[in-house]
Design a protein around this ligand. Structure first.
Ligand code: FES
Ligand SMILES: [Fe+2]
Length: 402
């Protein structure tokens, strides 16, 4: 049980609605620990795609804060997640980032766990020792159209209803038939909330992202509105559902267990998020053509996907320390696409590589300024509405005992 740091009450009281958060939220070690215990340990985290662990025993680790999770396909073919903390004296059980295992053997005293997490044996623990009580702690798992979401807490916020709403909208993209073709990590010396907030607004896009702004209308609400009706028509013709802007409204992500869906137009001449506007990979799923759109998806509050007609880019802002965050970017294409023939990694990753480098720079400078004792939280622009929602959500989540 972790109690809420006193300074959090003071900081919450200082926060003015519609303004940035006070400095302490981004500088305090106690608040960082509390963020991990309340926000990260109690929410759904998108950790990867089923295609990364096709066979029983295939696993990978997902680490954040001081936590580590083992994501594994068990003998029955189910995707499972376990806390990577030995039930004996707490060693990390699995120390390789990914691989194929028959069992997990703790490197310290060799307690041996099944893929299902059950303890097979504890060496020399005597006749009264009951291994069935000492399995790895489980994390909850949802596989949504091939995407693996985990929540370490047993009282995971219910996401099923929201995902059921999302399912028909994303079905044409064939997300279950994707494969991960590239991942990159952009470490930034900033608090995870600053990195996330940066992703939540496109107010910075025009001044900070030259390349992105050439192709994406999100930087300008007026231009986006103007091009939207034509894109919607093309989207329907290409096999996408007839959708307007939002699935559940602008406040959707404020509740932490909701989803958000929005397809918006790229500028004329751009079929996808490429340098020239030309396609980058074969069309996803059942699509019959390029509609020149991009879909933003949010699942819960920590998970962001951008779906073009021919590839998917996943975003995560993984906390490592109070001012240490990895911006993780994951590129996916349809699983039968051949590298070198159907897509080129360099072309595929160009846009979000340069854009993430820009983001790393602006987030780093943001943290430097926020560290100043002269920083006073300023007013948010209308284009930053999603940050307000995030704050509401963050306040609710941190307003309880971890
Ligand atoms: S800490 Fe894992 S077996 Fe002892
Ligand atoms: Fe950005």
């Amino acid at each position: 049980m972790m109690s809420r740091p006193d300074e959090m009450d003071d900081l919450m009281a200082q926060h003015r609605q519609g303004h940035a958060l006070p400095r302490g939220f981004y500088t305090s070690d106690a608040i960082f620990d509390y963020d991990i215990a309340t926000v990260w340990n109690r929410n759904w985290i998108w950790v990867g795609h089923e295609s990364q662990i096709p066979e029983p025993g295939d696993y990978f680790l997902f680490d954040y804060g001081h936590e580590s999770l083992i994501i594994v396909r068990d003998r029955e073919g189910e995707v499972r997640a376990h806390l990577n903390v030995c039930r004996h004296r707490g060693s990390r059980v699995c120390t390789e980032d990914s691989g194929r295992a028959r069992v997990f053997v703790c490197p310290y005293h060799a307690w041996t766990y099944e893929l299902s997490g059950e303890l097979r044996a504890g060496r020399e623990m005597g006749p009264d020792f009951d291994p069935s009580k000492w399995g790895l702690l489980p994390a909850q798992v949802i596989v949504f159209q091939g995407l693996i979401l985990v929540c370490p807490s047993s009282d995971a916020p219910p996401l099923d209803t929201a995902l059921a709403q999302l399912a028909p909208l994303t079905a044409p993209f064939g997300l279950e038939d994707l494969k991960v073709v590239h991942t990159a990590s952009y470490p930034v010396p900033a608090n995870w909330k600053l990195a996330l907030e940066n992703y939540l607004e496109c107010y910075h896009c025009a001044p900070a992202h030259q390349e992105y702004s050439r192709s994406h209308t999100l930087k300008s609400p007026q231009q986006m509105e103007a091009l939207l009706p034509d894109m919607c028509e093309r989207a329907v013709a290409a096999g996408l559902p007839d959708q307007t802007l939002d699935l559940t409204g602008e406040a959707a992500i404020a509740h932490g267990a909701e989803v958000f869906y929005r397809r918006y137009p790229l500028f004329d001449g751009y079929k996808t998020g490429s340098k020239t506007g030309a396609p980058l990979a074969p069309l996803l799923g059942n699509l019959t053509g390029f509609d020149g759109g991009a879909t933003d998806i949010v699942m819960g509050i920590l998970n962001y996907l951008l779906i073009y007609s021919d590839h998917v880019v996943g975003y995560r802002f993984v906390p490592r320390g109070v001012q240490e965050t990895d911006i993780q970017v994951v590129w996916m294409v349809r699983k039968d696409a051949q590298e070198g023939q159907d897509f080129q990694i360099e072309d595929l990753t160009w846009l979000w590589h340069v854009t993430s480098q820009d983001d790393e720079r602006i987030i780093r400078h943001n943290q430097s300024g926020v560290n100043s004792h002269f920083f006073q939280p300023g007013p948010l622009a209308e284009m930053e509405w999603a940050i307000n929602d995030f704050y509401e959500c963050y306040k609710t989540m941190t307003n309880s005992t971890a």
